[in-house]
Design a protein around this ligand. Structure first.
Ligand SMILES: [Zn+2]
Ligand SMILES: [Zn+2]
Length: 651
């Protein structure tokens, strides 16, 4: 049979050869490195015979698909360890996740706590030493049912009820057999670094009316070294978790009484958020944006017109009704429909375009309570939203301007590692997209050229565009190497059509404008979460909710401290006095922990000489300065938007 490789080379192999056989013929080194193979675009076991001509791509640990296969195989290994420790437990599903895997298990009368995880890890390591192969077996539905009936596992029987005869496979490694469609790595021996990371409750099938199963999370690596590095990373990520820092730095809170997923901004968090908002607002006004304001609700009709009602109505917060007329309103899930109506409020001519309407608009989207996460998944959030209405030949210029704005935001906040992803139509099948071919071609070309002219490091993904237009997303890497999607710029041919938006062209005829959605931050909530984790709560001087903490050595110096405070306040510097009767060492430590950038120590010498002693967070003593000199120093740092060195100690 003919095997085609990714570079286009075609070679002949015996029918029934496995991907592993083929790899070994190429080189033993390759065979040792690979974990799975893509056969005709589908991930396969390396040990599964290939019976016809096929394309084959080998997958190594660096491949996301290989990682998933490795982690899913590790879930089987964990299940084997659990079954041998707790005979009679029943298994639901054990999928890979973004980083690792879990298995949902009905433990019956057994109890597992965090303290048992180490024992399970030890058991897994013992099993790894046996280096058992994951053996695939095609099985009839009747035999599969018989197996799990005998085992008494109603969960697997439930899974089987949804499967068709002829498509069912079992995988066995060591003593453990699972119903699974695969694929898996060849054997357990390559799982070298093992860590079980947590236990949670999970309703069967995610339905709270069902039984609560035990979900055990884990992560594994092909070497202990990689696991160790990952554990250091986890430790660092834990320290930076915005939920933890949000509490410690008094930025935001949640209240059960107010409701899940509805953040409450505390004064310090609100200060930070307002600074950010003012910063972007100023940059936007300089770039020709016009601020608009729209209400938090909109009539059902608005969302019927926009198409959101049909698409998301059932999964949204349900409508609010007026008591007398019974009119229906929805909490605003996005600002675009409102902005379309603002566009329509006046007759528009080509001379008015581009029209850039900006709003820090608060929207509400229903998320299941289990999906909520700190500030990154909430039910109410404020987008730094804007909609640009322009002519088709203005798309490129508008993209370039938005790219400039996004890069200015990244630079000002210390995000220096980013790439852009451009999502275009499917190359072959161009049906199913709204808008004319001509406009799509122009917009796609405009985005590609705009990205090139701005020297962005870009990847192009075909088939990833929304049905209503192509887009450009930024992927930002934070200080500890995690990737975040920020700053989407999205072309839209759909809403102008649905709202019948027009402008009078130079030819005196009516034309359809192009609409562009864009949000450099995405939402204030999510952005502040990302920023907090990126800079580990050490916000740059221009954003820090408190810039200076004044620390009098004793009460004797309080009145001088108060003079310093009011002088700072008069100069728009955000300061606080620590007037507790604590030792100065303790005051310094607490200020360090609060991540306030600067401290002023006030004692006998400072009062007599009318000076201040300056300390910087994380760096220490910076000597004595006149108050005037100190104020100038802060003002210069604010003006320069100096960024804290956000690089982590590790990685
Ligand atoms: Zn499996
Ligand atoms: Zn929008």
């Amino acid at each position: 049979m003919n095997i085609t490789f990714p570079d286009g080379a075609v070679r002949q192999y015996d029918e029934g050869s496995t991907a592993m056989d083929i790899a070994k013929k190429i080189s033993e080194g390759l065979a040792r490195k690979i974990l799975a193979a893509e056969v005709n675009g589908e991930v396969w076991d390396l040990t599964r015979p290939i019976k016809n001509d096929a394309s084959v791509k080998f997958l190594t640990w660096d491949d996301e698909k290989a990682k998933s296969t490795f982690w899913h195989s590790s879930a089987h290994l964990m299940a084997e360890a659990i079954e041998s420790s707790f005979p009679g437990v029943k298994f639901w599903v054990g999928p890979p996740i973004e980083k690792g895997f879990y298995y949902d298990i009905d433990l019956g009368d057994n109890q597992i706590s965090e303290s048992d995880l180490e024992k399970l890890e030890k058991k897994m390591r013992e099993l790894v030493k046996q280096n058992s192969s994951y053996i695939r077996k095609e099985i009839s539905k009747a035999d599969a049912i018989k197996y799990f009936e005998e085992k008494g596992d109603e969960y697997k029987l439930d899974l089987l009820s949804g499967l068709e005869d002829g498509s069912i496979t079992f995988y066995t490694q060591g003593e453990f057999t699972d119903l699974c469609r695969g694929p898996h790595i060849p054997s357990t021996g390559s799982i070298k670094g093992i860590k079980l990371t947590g236990i949670a409750g999970a309703y069967w099938k995610g339905d709270e009316r069902n039984k609560m199963l035990t979900r055990i999370y884990g992560v594994t690596f092909p070497s202990q070294k990689e696991l160790d590095e990952y554990l250091v990373f986890l430790e660092e990520a834990k320290k930076r978790d915005h939920r933890k820092l949000g509490k410690e730095l008094e930025l935001f809170t949640f209240s059960e009484k107010v409701g899940a997923g509805l953040p409450l901004w505390l004064p310090k968090g609100a200060m930070l958020r307002e600074r950010l908002q003012q910063f972007l607002q100023k940059a936007q006004i300089e770039s020709g944006y016009l601020p608009v304001i729209t209400p938090h609700i909109g009539s059902k009709n608005l969302y019927v017109t926009s198409g959101h009602y049909e698409k998301y109505g059932k999964d949204s917060f349900q409508p609010i009704k007026t008591p007398v007329e019974g009119e229906e309103f929805f909490l605003k899930p996005m600002n675009c429909p409102h902005h379309c109506e603002i566009y329509k409020a006046l007759p528009r001519s080509y001379k008015d375009l581009p029209l850039r309407l900006a709003e820090f608009g608060t929207v509400y989207r229903y998320e299941q309570s289990g999906e909520l996460h700190g500030l990154t998944r909430v039910r109410g959030f404020t987008q730094d939203d804007a909609h640009l209405f322009c002519m088709p030949d203005q798309v490129k210029d508008e993209f370039k301007k938005v790219i400039d704005l996004v890069l200015y935001v990244f630079k000002s906040l210390g995000f220096s590692d980013y790439t852009a992803q451009i999502s275009l139509r499917d190359r072959e099948d161009k049906s199913g997209y709204i808008g004319s071919d001509e406009n799509w071609d122009l917009a796609e070309k405009s985005i590609i050229e705009a990205a090139e002219e701005k020297h962005l490091d870009t990847v192009i993904e075909y088939g990833e565009a929304a049905f209503y237009g192509p887009k450009l997303d930024f992927m930002v890497r934070d200080a500890i190497g995690r990737k975040w999607q920020l700053g989407t710029i999205q072309v839209d041919y759909n809403l102008p059509e649905r709202f019948d938006l027009t402008y009078i062209g130079e030819d005196n005829a009516k034309h359809r404008p192009v609409m562009i959605h864009r949000a450099p931050f995405g939402s204030m909530e999510r952005f502040i979460a990302v920023l907090t984790e990126h800079c580990a709560g050490k916000f740059p001087m221009w954003l820090a909710p408190v810039q200076v903490k004044i620390l009098p050595i004793s009460d004797k110096f309080l009145s001088y401290a108060e003079n310093v405070f009011s002088e700072l306040k008069n100069n728009d510097i955000r300061a606080e006095i620590d007037d507790r009767s604590e030792k100065i060492g303790k005051k310094i430590r607490d200020t360090e922990l609060a991540k306030i950038p600067l401290m002023l120590i006030i004692g006998e010498k400072e009062v007599n000489e009318e000076m201040v002693s300056v300390r910087r967070q994380g760096k220490g003593d910076e000597g004595v300065k006149s108050l005037h000199g100190f104020i100038e120093m802060i003002q210069a740092e604010v003006k320069a938007k100096s960024v804290y060195n956000a690089t982590a100690k590790v990685l």
